[in-house]
Ligand binder design. Structure first.
Ligand SMILES: [Zn+2]
Length: 352
């Protein structure tokens, strides 16, 4: 590391100021590496292009119609056969989704990251048309989801082959993140293989990584594994930590202390009440710079069209609860606008 590469954060760490000094001051705008971009499905953007609104770092605008029924069944919540979704499936209804995206923009959303990929039935062309017609910048992702959803080939592919496959995808498709990369329960040998390959794909591409955990289970194990492969925690968001039964937020604090992002990414619903005090505790401990918010949108009942809160529910439902609890505007701006841009911005190793 040369002197010019030492960030303020590194400097504070070198000076031994540790966790309390870890986050950037809320009022100070983030500084991005010189050639950093955020790779949206239509074009690479300078991070400044997204400074006027919130970036939701983990949502779904494209999934297979049977994805959620399969998910519910795999989670043991569906007693086997889940009912088929209503037709046409909303994530295949372009006109409807364009309206939902435009409404989200009016509520203050500047960009949305789609956490799907092939094994979840994500349709890249649908996302491209959705972004084009709605004007909403969308970051598409790549990777493999979790054991119950892996294509059969994962069982026989080597780590090297999965790595090569991910790098090939990242260099031939307009993807801006490796995510969501999951462990379904305890990490399986296949999941370990995928995580190792994802870490190596990150090192080869600089794409950020965001994960799926089973309600926070194995969060530290995921960070340990990625970090052991050489990934800097600042490039990792551990997902779904709001599901942890962790009233003092101890697991989450450990991730933050190590420099990782933590995803409170199922917001705007029943989990909010439990998460508000955790988030207050994290801000109080000096970890506002490590927080990322989103809603993991995946249900048609949540659409504005169906009188639900819509894709902006993180902003319209969850954020007011934080304001009510005393979280300041500049802290919320840091979390919603600055943190996701710091997480997503990367210096590409290869031009798109
Ligand atoms: Zn998700």
């Amino acid at each position: 590391m040369t002197a010019s590469q030492i960030t303020r954060r590194d400097l504070l760490r070198l000076l031994g100021l540790g966790a309390a000094a870890h986050p950037l001051p809320a009022a100070k705008p983030p500084v991005f590496p010189r050639h950093a971009i955020i790779r949206t499905i239509l074009k690479d953007l300078r991070p400044d292009a997204l400074r006027a609104g919130a970036t939701l770092f983990h949502e779904h605008m494209s999934l297979a119609p049977d994805f959620m029924p399969r998910w519910i069944a795999a989670a043991g919540m569906g007693r086997g056969q889940a009912p088929p979704p209503a037709q046409p499936f909303f994530m295949q209804d372009l006109d409807l989704m364009v309206e939902e995206m435009k409404a989200a923009a009016r509520s203050g959303v500047a960009c949305i990251v789609d956490g799907g990929h092939d094994d979840m039935g994500r349709d890249l062309d649908f996302l491209r048309r959705l972004s084009l017609e709605s004007g909403m910048p969308i970051v598409a992702s790549c990777g493999y989801y979790a054991q119950p959803f892996y294509p059969a080939k994962i069982a026989t592919m080597t780590e090297d082959e999965i790595f090569a496959d991910l790098v090939h995808t990242a260099s031939t498709q307009p993807v801006g993140a490796l995510g969501e990369i999951g462990t379904w329960d305890f990490m399986t040998p296949d999941e370990r293989k995928v995580f190792r390959a994802v870490a190596r794909a990150h090192l080869a591409t600089n794409l950020p990584i965001f994960t799926h955990t089973a309600y926070g289970k194995g969060a530290i194990e995921q960070l340990d594994l990625l970090e052991s492969m050489g990934v800097k925690p600042q490039r990792i968001a551990i997902g779904h930590v709001g599901g942890l039964a962790d009233p003092k937020a101890e697991v989450v604090k450990e991730i933050c202390k190590r420099g990782g992002f933590v995803g409170y990414d199922r917001q705007g619903g029943a989990g909010d009440a439990r998460n508000v005090p955790q988030i207050l505790a994290l801000i109080e401990a000096g970890y506002a710079a490590n927080l990322l918010f989103a809603s993991d949108f995946s249900s048609g009942t949540q659409l504005l069209r169906n009188h639900g809160p819509g894709y902006a529910k993180t902003l319209t439902i969850f954020v007011p609860k934080l304001k009510e609890a005393g979280v300041k505007e500049d802290t919320l701006h840091q979390i919603l606008v600055d943190n996701p841009r710091r997480f997503l911005a990367f210096e590409p190793k290869k031009k798109r």
